[in-house]
Design a protein around this ligand. Sequence first.
Ligand SMILES: [Zn+2]
Length: 91
Amino acid sequence: MSINESTCSNCGGKSIVKGDIGLRTSRDLELIMVVRKDHGVEKKVPLQPKVCAKCGFVDLFVSEAENLKILHSDKPINADSRQRPILEYDF
Ligand SMILES: [Zn+2]
């Protein structure tokens, strides 16, 4: 998948804010977490934001999509989380 760095996917304007843009919560410096809810597994994956200066649309993409795959070593954060066997389509 190729990402068009300079075009807004909402308005089509070539007005993407240049430079490195980060997102963080207001309370701490934790990364935005990507949660695979079926497994209760949270993955620390950097989200790369793309901000349009024209319409304000924010696009997010995962810079290391490979890391979203669930591995056998991944443990659910919440032990009560419903157990479901890892299926083919999770990979
Ligand atoms: Zn836009």
